[in-house]
Unconditional design. Sequence first.
Length: 459
Amino acid sequence: MKKVSTVQNTVQNSIFWLAVTLIPASHVQATMSPELNRGEKLVSIAVPNGKRPEVCVIPAHFPGGKYSAKDLQTEQGLCALNQFTNTAICPKTNSTNPGLIFHLLPDGKSISEVQQSNCKGSKGEAKYKLSTSCSYTPSIVGYYHVSRILGGIANVPPSVLRTFDLENHLAYGRRALSLVRRGDIIDQTWRGLISQLSAGAAGKKKDQLLTDDLDQSYGALIQSPKKEAFYKEFFNGGAQNTIRAANFRDRNASFALVRNPAPASRLVGRQFVADNVQKIVQMKDASDLVILDTLLSQQDRFGNIHYFNRYAFFDKTDLTKSGLPSLKFKKDVTPDEAKNAVLVKQMLLKDNDCGVAKDNIAKGAGLAKVMSHVDPKVYKRLLKLAKVIDNAEVKVFFTRNLMFTATDFTGFRKNLLELAGLLKSKCTSGSLNLDLDIEDHFSGQPLKSQNCEIVGAEG
């Protein structure tokens, strides 16, 4: 991807903010109006029998956020999934969330053939989740964008806003009830969702589940990662959320390093070998996790953390501003890259639906208060966001683009200002080390000096 000049970025950002500040105030709320020109682009999906088209929203990106070309490609791919032409849909029949799973069609198979087999043998491409059970649409899309605002942390999968024909959604719900065992949690959550969707204007959650014309449901369509696994090293047991968070705080080996006040260079060797790289990656993952979950009031994290394997290596063909090889993490490497690569686990936060309007388990457990290490770039971005959070256009971005209610935004703002203030205070007092820059740790050069301010620092 070509780099855009500072001047171009400034112009593009100004245009973006001008556009969002011109949004009518009546639309700065959580209700979903399909005809509203929100996001970067609206994709219309024709529905048979002359019904109102469904809508998929390719989101606007927060200026300065670290979105990749692959993010945009994934957003476009999600909005290209069409249950009438190229995608089979099957209701989710496991765990607790009554979602819909979008499946790409295997070669030679029709939509009806795949759905009649209950999508067996087909890997889901995406999940459609709504504000039901513990799930909350603004949490799903919020995690995606806030992760990018903070520098692309935690490998949060891209998501888009989506509407779905109500009659068809209810039909999939009835299909789900015919496949699950009566009384199971998934049976109960499907029955609860069907009841709310069927209630229409009388439904208590109609603004969170139905478009303003009551003809469609709306929620988030989120990419389904491939080849991920449960991250057992980030789970320390416990029967409920508060106990699990406390166990992570007090027993987790990686978080114990994050709590340790000694510099990371004394805790983890700087030689680029697998054991050292894994330790520093897990320290950063744990620190990033706490920051995201504290900001977004995650209620159901521990037990819902995943990972995938990635090769870490220094790319001599791509130099940093300092003229040094840049650190890369890739799923597959070339023979040349493999010579100096190490295989490590990287955290994947894919289950982010139980947040924003929920109990803030990370804050309740005081996880941020006991941290002694953070990535300096994440720290700087956090402080920068706190500095602009009261700009009117930022509130519009969250309420229009991410579907936050005014109450949701107030809670997020409170979390942000508290966390930024806490980390800034810890940094200036010397109790927080800005030393989880993995590239710097293994650069072989003298470590960068610590700077607790925003000015003059990379982010």
